[in-house]
Design a protein around this ligand. Structure first.
Ligand SMILES: O=P(O)(O)OC[C@H]1O[C@H](OP(=O)(O)OP(=O)(O)O)[C@H](O)[C@@H]1O
Ligand code: HPA
Length: 557
């Protein structure tokens, strides 16, 4: 096929065989825009570097054939002296290619989050506005296979997840990247074949075609070459040398595979989050005054595969206001531990001032005032898992109190607490009662420092109150073997009480050695040794605000 020359920057190359790189790049643009109708407006983001210049040339050529209106936007980031001159020159080249409209947009780069991120944000915002101004539904970006490979390598080195390793998509919203399968060297060859002289960004290292596909200006790192540029010029060539050619292509393929995986997993994560949020206000719905908004149910999240659950958590955190770019795997792992490794830990602080706590079996957005009143972090190391959190306990005690109020209506009630374990239950249960009750205390012991009942109950402190004719309710933290309460029940019944009943927060049905009739039970729990909320191991852990099991190392010590 022969070409007609069309000026120094014209769409056609020198007369003769069509350059294979030019042909391939035009084909890629044609395929990327196959859905556009004649008359459609397309813009190309052009920095003047080889990638975006080759893309601009391919677009200009294809636009003529397909009768699209094709223009270019050159973003001047103002990060280097003379950047306006470089931008004006790039715009001239685009005009020379026959693109119209062509405009230079100067942007102010905000340094928050680093100059590179700031430049990217400013550039995309400017391109979006330009697309709107010109009625363009599509903006072409010149990222190449090398850009993709560099991103994947950087991501791998930083331990990123599949979402960021998946690199840049060929299409999202108005953005299209026709050159993701094109090597950077190919854009340089195409420019040479077309007689185009690309601009070389000095901060990008040795001359190779300069800024990346979307006109990204790399920003010097400690006065050194930017990291990305070093990956390009040092790391990738070394890898190709050691592993053989094709490393960049392989990395780009990895991105493609991970993108497919991410695309399959993201909807599953969205569905999981939606299911977990049923019954609670989604964080987005919560008003600004809400101290703690009901978030996803940990029970629903916990049974999901880790890959889906962690994605769902990430989505929850981003919706709650944590900036996606600042959320690392470490953050998500800490929140995941609230779901899968709950040891009563306090709220997790995240970027963007977001704080997530676990309350009432849900992840909630915690306000700063809402700290745990007891810092359990030291004791938390000794715990294996939380069996009942403080909210579950409190809710159950309120129910039990309502029942007790109803059952004893019109009668004077004497609560007998069994020291020491029942202190918390007595304090919280009695405060949920609406009638005026009396309290007395007994201290008995059957466990000492061990984890199983000796069966021998000793009275360490007896009651001060005469039980004759009294309605007595024994308040206990736990019924394990039942030996203590069985003994206590018969002891108190010999004292002339009108009635003696038991209210116990916990009961271990599988551990019962004797049958004890308990009128009010908070929770039946498995036959494991538990601590917290009054329950001790060798006198420790009584002050934990929840009930949990101890890690094996505690017993081993
Ligand atoms: O059903 P059982 O197997 O008899 O166990 C239950 C008893 O054990 C605990 O007391 P502990 O003797 O440990 O004394 P404490 O309350 O001072 O911790 C608990 O407070 C019960 O009173
Ligand atoms: O599981 C328990 N933990 C602490 N104290 C106890 N006393 C009886 N059972 C227990």
């Amino acid at each position: 096929m022969t070409q007609t020359p069309a000026g120094p920057f014209g769409p056609a190359g020198p007369v003769g065989r069509l350059d294979p790189d030019v042909a391939e790049q035009r084909r890629r643009v044609r395929e990327a825009l196959a859905d556009l109708s004649p008359g459609a407006t397309v813009l190309v983001a052009c920095s003047g570097g080889a990638d975006s210049l080759a893309l601009a040339a391919a677009l200009a050529f294809e636009a003529r054939r397909a009768a699209w209106r094709a223009g270019a936007v050159v973003v001047d980031h103002g990060l280097q002296a003379g950047s306006d001159v470089v931008a004006a020159r790039a715009a001239d080249v685009c005009r020379g290619l026959g693109l119209d409209p062509v405009e230079v947009v100067a942007v102010t780069v905000r340094p928050d989050g680093g100059p590179e991120a700031g430049a990217r944000a400013a550039r995309y915002a400017a391109l979006e506005q330009a697309a709107e101004r010109h009625g363009a539904g599509v903006v072409l970006l010149g990222h190449t296979l090398d850009d993709q490979a560099e991103s994947v390598l950087l991501g791998l080195a930083r331990g990123s997840g599949a979402r960021s390793l998946a690199g840049m998509p060929a299409r999202r919203g108005p953005w299209r990247r026709p050159f993701l399968g094109v090597r950077r060297a190919g854009t340089l060859r195409a420019c040479a074949a077309l007689g185009l002289a690309p601009w070389h960004d000095p901060t990008n290292g040795p001359a190779d075609g300069a800024a990346d596909g979307a006109g990204n200006r790399a920003v010097p790192d400690d006065g050194d070459l930017p990291v990305r540029s070093r990956v390009r010029h040092e790391a990738l060539p070394v890898l190709e040398d050691v592993l053989g050619p094709g490393v960049a292509e392989a990395l780009a393929r990895t991105a493609e595979q991970l993108r497919e995986d991410a695309e399959a997993l993201d909807p599953l994560a969205d569905a999981l989050l939606a299911a977990a949020c049923v019954g609670g206000a989604a964080p987005a719905d919560a008003g600004p005054d809400a101290g703690a908004d009901a978030g996803p149910d940990v029970g629903v999240l916990a049974v999901a595969p880790a890959a889906v659950r962690r994605r769902a958590l990430r989505a929850f955190l981003v919706r709650a206001g944590a900036p996606a770019g600042a959320l690392t795997r470490r953050h998500v792992t800490a929140v995941d531990a609230l779901v899968t490794n709950w040891r009563g830990q306090g709220p997790v602080s995240l970027p963007g001032g977001v704080r997530v706590a676990r309350r009432y079996g849900r992840l909630t957005l915690a306000s700063h005032e809402e700290e745990h009143s007891v810092d359990v972090d030291d004791m938390g190391q000794d715990l294996e898992r939380v069996l009942l959190d403080r909210e579950q306990i409190d809710a159950r005690l309120a129910e039990m109190a309502a029942q007790i109020d109803a059952d004893y209506a019109g009668r004077d009630l004497l609560l007998v607490g069994v020291l020491k374990g029942a202190v918390m239950v007595m304090a919280d249960l009695s405060r949920h009662l609406h009638s005026a009750v009396e309290m007395d205390w007994m201290a008995v012991s059957s466990y000492g420092a061990g984890t199983s009942s000796s069966g021998v109950v000793r009275i360490l402190k007896d009651l001060d109150t005469d039980l004759t004719g009294r309605h007595v309710l024994i308040v206990e933290d736990i019924i394990d073997s039942g030996l203590t309460l069985s003994w206590l029940l018969s002891n108190l019944r010999t004292r002339g009480a009108a009635s003696v009943e038991i209210a116990a927060l916990l009961r271990k049905p599988e551990a019962a050695k004797v049958d004890v009739s308990v009128r009010y039970v908070g929770f039946d729990i498995p036959s494991e040794f538990v601590v917290g909320y009054g329950l001790d191991y060798a006198e420790k852990y009584r002050n934990l605000p929840f009930v949990g099991t101890l890690a094996p190392h505690v017993y081993a010590d």
